[in-house]
Design a protein around this ligand. Structure first.
Ligand SMILES: O=C(O)CCC(=O)C(=O)O
Length: 286
């Protein structure tokens, strides 16, 4: 399928919707050759996971979900996507800025029929950076039914609450998903979105390869999984950071916790992110 012109795709209305809702859908933002390349990358990634790669197998249908992150440093196809695709321009345009830094990539591969849903959570409170201007690009590389797509609580990126995030280790059984220390009591209990779905405006879409959902790192989101028996789900997600984002180490240190790596790279709390591990992309035309 043909890739759309990014300036035409990311209209002023899309920028406003992203700001107000915390999520927007772009149809056919990436051409088929990018999808094919990333699918090749995913096969390599599954065969040679990073030390952070893991397989979650607590699924009621005995299916699994492969997860890895920051694999772009090893997988040429991922690197090519990060450095040469329209992703950085999409992120910059929707964040209404001229430069963005790449933060990291994450892949989620569920086998056909997998039920395991990612619980509702926010991303930015897990990160080793803090700031409002973030954009994740969630791209399914296969067709995904609406019931299996990622879901977003519209506008929740602007809520001022500081929620205690999900302890993923309790769900996945993997100690790397465990908090390094319990989050402070000052955090509020996370709202029961799943149990009280009617109280929230939840957005999701049936999606095809080439489509992507752009979302703010503070929006409450969850889902995927709930797959039909004959449907797998392969997702490549990249996270991009804008102008107000600064390094911030949190003592709960949940994965993907980059604090040790950032310290090794000489990045300190309060710094704007950078280095070859978090490269900056400048967009003269934006
Ligand atoms: O696709 C998924 O299961 C989870 C995606 C997600 O929550 C994320 O990338 O932040």
């Amino acid at each position: 399928m043909k890739e759309n012109d990014i300036a035409t795709l990311v209209t002023p209305q899309i920028v406003r919707d992203f700001d107000a809702d915390g999520v927007v859908l772009l149809r056919q933002a990436f051409a088929a050759d990018w999808i094919e390349k990333l699918l090749v990358g995913i096969e390599k990634n599954i065969a040679t996971p990073t030390a952070r790669g893991r397989i979650w197998d607590r699924d009621e249908n005995d299916c699994v979900c492969f997860f890895d992150n920051q694999a772009w440093l090893n997988i040429a196809e991922y690197r090519e996507f990060v450095e040469q695709s329209a992703a950085s321009e999409i992120a910059a345009r929707v964040l209404n800025t001229k430069r963005v830094n790449f933060f990291y990539d994450a892949v989620f591969v569920r086998t056909p029929g997998a039920q395991f849903r990612t619980p509702f959570h926010q991303d930015e409170p897990y990160w080793s950076v803090e700031g409002f201007d973030t954009c994740s690009i969630w791209m399914p590389l296969v067709e995904v039914e609406k019931k299996s797509a990622l879901e977003f609580v519209r506008g929740s990126h602007r809520w001022q609450n500081r929620f205690r995030q999900t302890n993923f280790a309790a769900l996945t059984g993997d100690q790397r998903d465990q908090w390094a220390s319990s989050p402070d009591d000052e955090y509020e209990a996370f709202p029961d979105i799943e149990g009280e779905r009617d109280r929230y405006e939840i957005l999701s879409w049936e999606m095809a390869p080439g489509d992507c959902a752009l979302f703010n790192g503070r929006i409450i989101h969850g889902g995927s999984g709930n797959l039909s028996k004959d449907r797998e789900l392969k997702v490549f997600n990249t996270q991009w950071l804008g102008d107000d984002v600064r390094v911030c180490f949190r003592k709960e240190g949940m994965d993907p916790d980059h604090s040790q790596l950032m310290t090794k790279l000489g990045l300190k709390p309060g710094d704007r992110i950078g280095t070859e591990v978090y490269p900056q992309f400048h967009l003269a035309s934006v």
